[in-house]
Structures are given as structure tokens and as C-alpha cells.
Write a protein that binds this ligand. Sequence first.
Ligand SMILES: [Zn+2]
Ligand SMILES: [Zn+2]
Length: 343
Amino acid sequence: MTHSHDTQQTTSPPTPKRGGALRGALSWFDNEAPWKNEDERGGRVHWTRVAPFVFLHGGCLTVLWTGGSGIAAAVAAFLLVTRIFFLTGFYHRYFSHKSFETSRAAQFVFALLSNTAVQRGPLWWAATHRHHHAASDTADDPHSPTQFGLFWSHIGWLFDPANHRTRWNLIPDLMRFPELRLLNRFDTAVVGLLFGALFALGAVLEAYAPGLGTTGWQMVTWGFFISTVLLFHTTNMINSAAHVFGRKRFPSRDTSRNSAILAVMTLGEGWHNNHHFYPAAVRQGFYWWQVDITFYILKLLQGMGIIWNLNKVPAHVLELGRQNLGRQLQVMPRKAERNPFVA
Ligand SMILES: [Zn+2]
Ligand SMILES: [Zn+2]
């Protein structure tokens, strides 16, 4: 049996086989468990990695058994909105782009809270996202709709072995914190805690406030499964839809667009063309009429002294945007570039 790799030399170790189901399952709980063929690219789906995703979606069907209640729906909505904020405010604008500063303690607390979004650990999220900016809409982009199609950019890319590992070389600034590395390695533990806390909440309400009509499992169905699936599809539209639908105001060399509808749904992330053109800014809605709820909440946190040094949008960028008001710029093809975060 030859197992050849064009570039492989005879002196190098043999090409490892694909990770088995057991190794794949282990990597659900330990992100640094040995994993094979991680560096291979090319739109290959690893089915073991799909299982948790199917579990998450399939879990929504338990609503047929648990039913619903006002309180369970309210908890689901609350967790949806707050977790969108944690993802956009912290995984994205803080960990990925360092668009403001905070203390080490607050950094950890917000990493922990963002981790409840079930989108893996803070270091994996930030590294993957920096890679997206460095290689937007090239063949190296983890989730470009123009390269691999809309479905790939929304879901498929998550199951590519090449996107599983944390790209350590892109996050030297975050690697210095052992507490973040630990969280990144065992991110599923936080997800398990959320699951357990929701069950406990439902069970306590069932015992002490039976009039609310909820149970432990019903709270899990709504607060965990339904809320998390909605959260996944809402935030992943920035990877897919925000590179396809909307207006291009700034001449960024990618397919990013601005969409008011997406901006409202994602608490401000829909101004994606603004963001690709000037990613260092804390706000993504650059003008007063570009609604950016995440930015307003971050201003509040600044007022409370929890975060500081919020990066502004430079005047020349604002002026360029004003000149292009109402225009639809052409999408420019581009090549992959070096990531600015890599020394
Ligand atoms: Zn993008
Ligand atoms: Zn970004």
C-alpha cells in the first residue's frame, strides 16, 4: 500500500492515517489530544467532528417531549442575546482584534462567559479569526463563500481537520496567559457547566414555583439546545452572508459587505465591510446611524471602569466612507498576506 504525498521525502516519517473515531471523540473534551492530518487542507469533512453539531441540532427536537413555557423561552432569549454580546464584544473585538484593553482578571471572566457560547475556546476562536482577516477570500481563508461556497462558509469549514487545531503562531500575545490556554484546552467543561446549571434552574423552579410550568429538561431544551443553535446560525452568518449580501462602501480587498439587517441581528457585526477595512476599531458601525449595540455596551463597560483605551476610527477613514455613501464598490480579488499579529 502506498500512502504517498507528493512533497514527502523518503526520510520523513510516514504520513499518519486519519484520526480514528476514538481520537476524534477524545478531542471533543481535550483540544490538545493528539489529532492527525491537521495540516491538510482541502474541504475534507471529518465525520467524528460533526457528531457534537448533530447532537446540538437534534437536541432541539426534545421540545416535542419537554414542551415549552414562558420562563424557558425567556431564558433562551436572554442567553441568546447575552452570548451574542460576549462573542462580538470579547471573542471578536477584544481577543481577536485587541480593539480595547482590560485587566487580566476581567479578560479571564469574559473569556469564560464567551466560552458558554459553545464556539470553542478563546484562543482557537481568535486565531481562526485572525487567519480569516489575513487571508480573506483567498484559498487559505478558513471560511470564504467565494472560494468554497455559501454552505462551506457557514457550516462545512468547522469539520475540516485543518481548522480544528489552534493556530498558535497567530496569537503570541494571548499565549502568555496559562489560564486562557487551560480554558482553550478544555472548553467543553464550561459548556457542561452551562448544561448542568440550566437543568438545576429548571428543577428548582419546578419544585418551588410550579406555576411557571417548567422542568429541568425543558430548561435544557430551550436554554441550551434551541438558544445555542440560534446563536450558532446568527453569528455564523457573518462568515457566510456578510461576505455575499449587502453593500460595499470601503475598498477592502475581499467580499465583505455592510448589512443593516445583519447588524441588528448580531448586535453590530453586520457592518462587516467597515470592519474588514479598519479592523482595529472598537466600533463596527462607524456612523451614528449604523446601529452597533455591542459598541454601546462596551462604552457602558468603559464608563464602569472595566475596559479602557477603546480604539477609535481615524478621521480619514470616516471621510472616505462619507465620500462613498450610497456607492457600491467592486469586489477586488486578492492574495493571502502575512498576519499583522505575527512578529
Ligand atoms: Zn469576514
Ligand atoms: Zn474581525
